[in-house]
Structures are given as structure tokens and as C-alpha cells.
Design a binder for this molecule. Structure first.
Ligand code: NAD
Length: 247
């Protein structure tokens, strides 16, 4: 029970990697806050699965890119649970397209959810963690933030931005007992990647030394480690989990 007594907020956890993270955290004793923007049925299902396995939690729906919604959500969670020990900034979207065809709206939407959302949540939650003098923040970056990817200039810019943001936050918050790290997954089997065309999936597969895509649960295991007391001396790191796709 590595997270006994902790309260963990995981954004975008109605499905995919976020869902796997809340499941893993709850199994280690954390009270989990399942949150998402629109998919309330998915969020309720995720919570039902947690509770079915003997875990505890709540659902709080909000848009990570909206500062008013973020402030209200954090207030509601603190009123209900009294504390937030772990924040996982997992919510993310893609709006892929080659530069010449990428609209300003698609660029802005990806930056708003992926990068600004991480900023807004970190600001709202770290205020409370600073008072608590402890906390763990885990941000979801991506391998394409490190190596780039044709057709994902908006997404890779946001994910590279998250790496820089993570390091700055680690420097600002370290003296308050808060660690801030990022996970940079490679190709993980979720709805986000299953929509990629077959040739794109094949070209990724050809470049992965381990010769397979990963399960969301494998990312959840790394998130659990970074969120646990065992990772107390790790901060400001961007840790790849990509089967060797990028070294
Ligand atoms: P997913 O699309 O399955 O899940 C993302 C969740 O975020 C969805 O439930 C969605 O509703 C939610 N969301 C979207 N916009 C939101 C908003 N404005 N506010 C709150 N929630 C919002 O994606 P996934 O594959 O599980 O990815 C999770 C994270 O991991 C993302 O940040 C993604 O960029 C990152 N990532 C995924 C992969 C991969 O291969 N799947 C690789 C690298 C990084």
C-alpha cells in the first residue's frame, strides 16, 4: 500500500493512460479523483471499477484549459477530501496535420489543453501543496516532444513545453518538499493511438527495439513509482517509457 492516506488527482482519467493510473493508485491505497472534460459516463465507470476493487474516490468534471473551472474544481476537491498529495497532469489531445494544413485553431487547442492545462492545474494545486510542505506532481510529456514527428508540430511543441515547464517547477518547488517530474511515453495502446493510420503505426513499430507497443498499465507503474515515497530524491526529470524508440 504505497499510497495509503494520499489523495491523488488525475486529469483526463475517464479512459486510456489516466484510467490505468487511477486504477493503480487506488490499488495502492490512494483516494483517487477521477476527472475529465466531457466523458462523464467514462469517468463514472472508472470510479465504479475502482470502488469494485475495494478502492475509494470521487468524480470531478472540468476542462483543464479553463482557469475558472480549474480553480473551482480544486476548491471542491479540497472541500471534499481535505488535501491533494499527488497531481497527475494527464489530460491531452491531438489535432494532427502537416504545418501547411494546420489551422491556428488546431494549434491553439492543443497548446491550451496540453500545455496551458498543465500550468493551470500546477498553479492551483501547488498553492495547497506548498502549505502542506509536500507533494508529487507528474506531467505527461511524450517521446515526440523529444524527437519531433511530422504532422504533430502543435502536439510536439506542447509536449516539449511540458518538459521545460517540469524542470522550472522542480526548481521552484523543490525547497517546499514537492517533486515535479514528467513521463515521456512512446507508443501506448489507447484510443489516441488506435486512430492513427496503419502505415504510421507500422513505421513506429519498425523503429522500436522492443518490437511492440505498450499497455497503459506499464505507464501507470512508472507514474506510481514517481508518486510514491520511494521516488523522494527524483525531481526535474523527463523519463522515457518508449521501448527504445528514442534514447
Ligand atoms: P486518451 O485520448 O485516451 O485520453 C485522454 C483523456 O483526456 C480523454 O479522456 C479526454 O476526454 C481527456 N481530455 C481531453 N481534453 C481535456 C480537457 N480539456 N480537460 C480535461 N480532460 C480532457 O489519451 P491517452 O493515450 O490516454 O493519453 C494520456 C496522456 O498521455 C496525454 O497527455 C497524451 O498526450 C499522453 N501520451 C500518450 C501516448 C500514447 O501513445 N497513447 C504517448 C505519449 C503521450
Amino acid at each position: 500500500m504505497r499510497l495509503q492516506g494520499k489523495v491523488a488527482l488525475v486529469t483526463g482519467s475517464a479512459r486510456g493512460i489516466g484510467k490505468a493510473i487511477v486504477g493503480r493508485f487506488a490499488a495502492e491505497g490512494a483516494v483517487v479523483v477521477v476527472s475529465d472534460v466531457a466523458n462523464e459516463a467514462g469517468a463514472r465507470e472508472t470510479l465504479a471499477a475502482v470502488e469494485g476493487a475495494g478502492g475509494k474516490g470521487m468524480v470531478e468534471m472540468f476542462d483543464v484549459g479553463d482557469s475558472v473551472q480549474v480553480e473551482n474544481a480544486v476548491k471542491n476537491i479540497l472541500a471534499a477530501q481535505g488535501r491533494i498529495d499527488i497531481l497527475v497532469n494527464n489530460a491531452g489531445i491531438t489535432r494532427d496535420g502537416l504545418l501547411m494544413r494546420m489551422s491556428e485553431e488546431d494549434f491553439d487547442a492543443v497548446i491550451k489543453t496540453n500545455l496551458k492545462g498543465t500550468f493551470l492545474l500546477t498553479k492551483a494545486v501547488s498553492r495547497h501543496m506548498i502549505r502542506q510542505r509536500s507533494g508529487r506532481i507528474v506531467n505527461l510529456s511524450s517521446v515526440v516532444g523529444m524527437m519531433g514527428n511530422a504532422g504533430q508540430s502543435n502536439y510536439s511543441a506542447a509536449k516539449a513545453g511540458i518538459a521545460g515547464f517540469t524542470k522550472s517547477m522542480a526548481r521552484e518547488l523543490g525547497s517546499r518538499g514537492i517533486t515535479v517530474n514528467a513521463i515521456a511515453p512512446g507508443f501506448i495502446k489507447t484510443a489516441m493511438t488506435s486512430s492513427l493510420p496503419e502505415p504510421v503505426q507500422k513505421s513506429f513499430m519498425d523503429q522500436i527495439p522492443l518490437g511492440r507497443f505498450a499497455e497503459p498499465e506499464e505507464v501507470a507503474e512508472l507514474a506510481l513509482y514517481l508518486a510514491s515515497d520511494a521516488a523522494g530524491y527524483i525531481t526535474g526529470q523527463v523519463i522515457g517509457i518508449n521501448g527504445g524508440l528514442y534514447m
